[in-house]
Write a protein that binds this ligand. Structure first.
Ligand code: NDP
Length: 458
C-alpha cells in the first residue's frame, strides 16, 4: 500500500516536471534516472513525503542567466548567453563546473547541476550542487579572444559567486587556461584573493592532483568494482572516449595499472590503436590537445598501425563501442552510449563500464548493462573524484596548507573507495542487490534530504 502511495507521488512529481519543462530533455532524463531509486527510501521515510522533499529537490534554488558581450580578433562584437545554477545548497555552498560549449542551454546545465547535488553528497565533503557555463565555443578561438570572453563572463558572474556561496570549477571547454582568466578577472573586480574557483594553477592556490582527479578517480572506481568481483584491470583492453582532461588522465592511470587503452575520440571522430596508447603516445596527445589545440585525427597520421574514423552524425550507433574490449570509460559527453552501443559493447566482451563523463549512457543503455550483469559505475559516483579534490583544494586554501602529491592522491583513492562502499551498501539495504546506480542515487539523496528536513521549509 505504502509502495503504491510512494510510486504515485513520484509519478505526480515527474508528470508535473515534464509538463513544466518539456524543452529540457536532458534534465528530465537525469531526474528520471534518480526517482525510481527513491521508492523504497520514501517508503521507509514518510517524513520526506510530508515535507515534499522530492518536489523541492527537483527545482533549482536559483538560476541566473545573463548576456556576455565580447570583441573578437577582427573587431566584431559577439553575444553569448551565460548561466549559473545553484541547484541545492542544503549541505554546503554550491559547487560545480562551468561548461563552455555550443550545446549549453538551461536544460543541459540543470541536468548537470542536479547530478552534481548527488555526486557532491557522495564525496562526503560539505558541498552543495551547482553548475554553469555558456554557449560560447572556445575551439578555434585565440587566447586573446578566450581571455576577453572570460573577462566579460566574470563581469556578471562575480556578483553571484564567492568562496562561501558558490565555487565554480572547470568542465567541457573550461580547463586551466580559462580558469586562470576567470580567476584573474574575479580578483581584479572584487579586490580579493580567495578560493572562489577551483582547478587553479599551482602558482595561485591550486591543488596537486586536481587536473588528474576525475580521470584517475574513474579508474580507481573501476578498480574497486573489479576487485569486488574478484577481477583486476591488469592486461585488460579498455575503450576510452573523449580526449580532453578526463580522458587523458583516465588513460594515464590505466597505463599505470597495467591496462591497455586502445581508443580516444573528439567531436570529429575516433582513433583506434590496437597496440595500445603508451606513455609516450599519451604525452603527444596531451601536447596536441592542451597546447597545440589540434584534432584527434592527427594521432593516426603520427602513429602507424592506428586508424581514424570520422564521426557519422546520421549513424544510429558509435562504432568506437563495437571494438572488442573488457572495459569502457566514456569520458566525452552525455548520451554517447545509446542502447545499440551498449549491446555492441556487451557483444564485444565488455564486462565493466566506469563513467568519466556525466550521464554518458542513456536509460536504454543502462538497462542493457543491467540485463547482462555488466559492472556499471554511474557518472555521479565514478567521476566524483574531480569535485572531491576540488573540495580538498578549498580546504588547503582556507587552512593555507599545501599537501603533496601522495597525500592528495591517497585521499582521492580513499574517497573513491568510500563512494563505492556507500553506494554498494545503500543498494543492498534498499533491496537493489549490487546495482550501483540505484545505490549511489539513494546514498547521495539521503544526506541531502535529511539536511533539507532539518533546515525547514525555505
Ligand atoms: P574537455 O573539454 O577537456 O574534453 C571534452 C572531450 O569530449 C573532448 O575530446 C571533446 O571533443 C569531446 N566532446 C565534447 N562534446 C562532445 C560531443 N558533443 N560529441 C563528441 N565529443 C565531444 O572536458 P572534460 O574532459 O573536462 O569533460 C569530459 C566529461 O567529463 C564531461 O561530461 C564532463 O561533464 C565530465 N566531468 C568532468 C570533470 C572535470 O573535472 N573536468 C568532473 C566530472 C565530470 P571536442 O574537443 O571536439 O569538442
Amino acid at each position: 500500500m505504502l509502495e503504491t502511495v510512494c510510486s504515485s507521488r513520484i509519478e505526480e512529481v515527474m508528470t508535473a516536471l515534464e509538463a513544466r519543462y518539456p524543452d529540457q530533455p536532458e534534465f528530465l532524463q537525469a531526474v528520471g534516472e534518480v526517482v525510481p531509486s527513491l521508492v523504497p527510501v520514501l517508503e521507509q521515510h514518510p517524513e520526506f513525503i510530508e515535507a515534499n522533499i522530492l518536489e523541492r529537490l527537483v527545482e533549482p534554488e536559483r538560476v541566473v542567466k545573463f548576456r556576455v558581450s565580447w570583441v573578437d580578433d577582427e573587431g566584431n562584437v559577439n553575444v553569448n548567453r551565460g548561466f549559473r545554477i545553484g541547484f541545492n545548497g542544503a549541505i554546503g555552498p554550491y559547487k560545480g563546473g562551468l561548461r563552455f560549449h555550443p550545446t549549453v542551454n538551461e536544460g543541459v546545465l540543470k541536468f548537470l547541476a542536479f547530478e552534481q547535488v548527488f555526486k557532491n553528497s557522495l564525496t562526503g565533503q560539505p558541498i552543495g550542487g551547482g553548475k554553469g557555463g555558456s554557449d560560447f565555443d572556445p575551439r578555434g578561438r585565440s587566447d586573446g579572444e578566450v581571455m576577453r570572453f572570460c573577462q566579460s563572463f566574470m563581469g556578471e558572474l562575480y556578483r553571484h559567486i564567492g568562496p562561501d556561496t558558490d565555487i565554480p570549477a572547470g568542465d567541457i571547454g573550461v580547463g586551466g587556461r580559462e580558469v586562470g582568466y576567470l580567476f584573474g578577472a574575479y580578483r581584479k573586480i572584487t579586490n580579493t584573493f580567495t578560493g572562489v574557483l577551483t582547478g587553479r594553477g599551482l602558482e595561485y592556490g591550486g591543488s596537486l592532483i586536481r587536473p588528474e582527479a576525475t580521470g584517475y578517480g574513474a579508474v580507481y572506481f573501476a578498480d574497486e568494482m573489479a576487485r569486488h568481483s574478484g577481477k583486476s584491470l591488469e592486461d585488460k583492453i579498455c575503450l576510452v572516449s573523449g580526449s580532453g582532461n578526463v580522458a587523458q588522465y583516465a588513460v594515464e592511470k590505466l597505463i599505470q595499472l597495467g591496462a591497455k587503452a586502445v581508443t580516444l575520440s573528439d567531436s570529429s571522430g575516433w582513433i583506434h590503436d590496437p597496440a595500445g596508447i603508451d606513455n609516450a603516445k599519451l604525452e603527444w596527445v596531451m601536447d596536441l590537445k592542451n597546447n597545440r589545440r589540434g584534432r584527434i585525427s592527427e594521432y593516426a597520421e603520427e602513429f602507424p598501425g592506428s586508424t581514424f574514423t570520422p564521426t557519422d552524425r546520421e549513424a544510429a550507433s558509435n562504432p568506437l563501442w563495437s571494438v572488442p574490449s573488457d572495459c569502457a570509460f566514456p569520458c566525452a559527453t552525455q548520451n554517447e552510449i545509446l542502447g545499440t552501443d551498449a549491446r555492441n559493447l556487451v557483444e564485444g566482451g565488455c564486462w565493466l563500464v566506469s563513467e568519466g563523463a556525466n550521464m554518458p549512457t542513456d536509460p536504454t543503455g543502462q538497462s542493457v548493462f543491467r540485463e547482462h550483469g555488466v559492472l556499471y559505475g554511474p557518472g555521479k559516483a565514478a567521476n566524483a573524484g574531480g569535485v572531491a579534490v576540488s573540495a580538498l583544494e578549498m580546504s588547503q586554501a582556507s587552512q593555507r596548507q599545501f599537501w603533496n602529491r601522495d597525500e592528495v592522491d591517497n585521499k582521492l583513492q580513499g574517497i573513491m573507495k568510500n563512494i563505492h562502499e556507500m553506494s554498494a551498501n545503500a543498494a543492498a539495504e534498499y533491496g537493489f542487490g549490487q546495482d550501483l546506480l540505484h545505490g549511489s542515487n539513494v546514498a547521495g539523496f539521503l544526506k541531502v534530504a535529511r539536511a533539507m528536513l532539518s533546515q525547514g521549509v525555505i
